[in-house]
Design a protein around this ligand. Sequence first.
Ligand code: BG6
Length: 508
Amino acid sequence: MTTTSNPLRDPRDKRLPRVAGPCVLVLFGVTGDLSRKKLLPAIYDLANRGLLPPGFSLVGFARRDWDHQDFRQIAYESVKEHARTPFREDVWTHLSEGMHFVPGEFGDPGAFDALAMAVKELDESRGTGGNYAFYLSIPPKFFPKVVEQLRRSGLADRSDGEWRRVVIEKPFGHDLASAQDLNDTVHRVFPEESIFRIDHYLGKETVQNILALRFANSMFEPIWNRSFVDHVQITMAEDIGIGGRAGYYDGIGAARDVIQNHLLQLLALTAMEEPTSFAAEAVRAEKAKILSSVRVRGDLSQSTARGQYASGWQGGVKVEGYLEEDGIPADSRTETYAAIKLEIDNRRWAGVPFYLRTGKRLSRRVTEVAMVFQKAPHLPFSHTDTEELGQNALVMRVQPDEGITVRFGSKVPGTSMEIRDVNMDFAYGESFTESSPEAYERLLLDVLIGDPPLFPRQEEVELSWKILDPIEEYWAGQGGLDQYKSGGYGPDSADELMARDGRTWRRL
Ligand code: BG6
């Protein structure tokens, strides 16, 4: 027998579509916001792209008196409203045939026995192979109950050749101790390799592109260090308020909500050393190394700032302040804006500040990582020629205008030597015809395939809390909390933090 070697048939060829094998996805908390806006649409988008197996089955579990048909209807509405790819009747019909609903309380043994029966039946009727992913899209306080019921009902036990995976969403605790408790709870039933912790920023194309930019090119790495970089600004600004999430958000605040996870992950990818490969362990090891070198220096009143949005105008609409939002106590001290200055104690970054800021109800939605470079050591121009020359910058635009900008000085056309900042742009939309998948499409597919590099491991979670805990403690005690106008740029204290270092934030 002769074999022909066709490189396109090589299973290691990354250009081949990665398709999940037979499995059931059990979604706990299927009535929640995340399910409706992100998870159900992402499942449809995966089906539409042909990345789910033919017998793929989705079981919704929630405290609702629904039957399969009610569940399918809710899923249909959320797909119609939020899916990224066009609606196709044939795809929907096929997908919805595999959708089942099991009603029940999170601690109810009877409901979990019914769930166990339901997935067994799916194995038989749809060939799902005894492979189950349990997605806990529920508040962490319910984790112990659900995990215990998965154990008791035998759902967590697998036979040879089958797999079990459990997916948990941030917040992974609210401090180091609670993160460790939560981890112990899940570990009592599932081994580490079965646990997939979702930080959806890692599923974003532009976030993964930080690694491509740094490690697939030769021109950036030589300047990616303290000899050339003056400082780094990591911004996640949102124009929305807390919406209907008062119950989750109050008492948590901006730093726990997004700095502990999304922003520190962005910092880790930006600052880490080259991993030996893109295998999960290699990437996670480099991220953990960098997170363990992060320090908050000096007086926290000088290196942190926080604020709460007051009423204001946003997009021509008058909006209420945080304290007037439904469900927020009138004396709440929860921050909706946080800025912190961090340093990284290693040879590459010693002395280079990393400024992180995030806030709700700011003038604009923008997430970016900006490397701001040192000024040229000498300028052979007159002072007036370079009055409008700032610092060179390389900006990785995560969203919404995905791309990369390089800012540098250029001669203004004319007879004199006047130099001004200009931008050179790469925009995803212009260079690639296909649109980027949503973060949850990528991450759900990775869970079903069992591909872990984009999921933080527990060590990263704990290291991030070690960075944040002292700051939270300081804020809980004496830290100030300024009001800032909705639709503006954040509290004055954040500008003062930068001004103390002779710097300014990039304009939103
Ligand atoms: C979530 C936070 O993790 O990220 C929210 O809990 C925030 O408060 C959201 O609004 C932002 O996500 P994205 O993908 O829109 O930037």
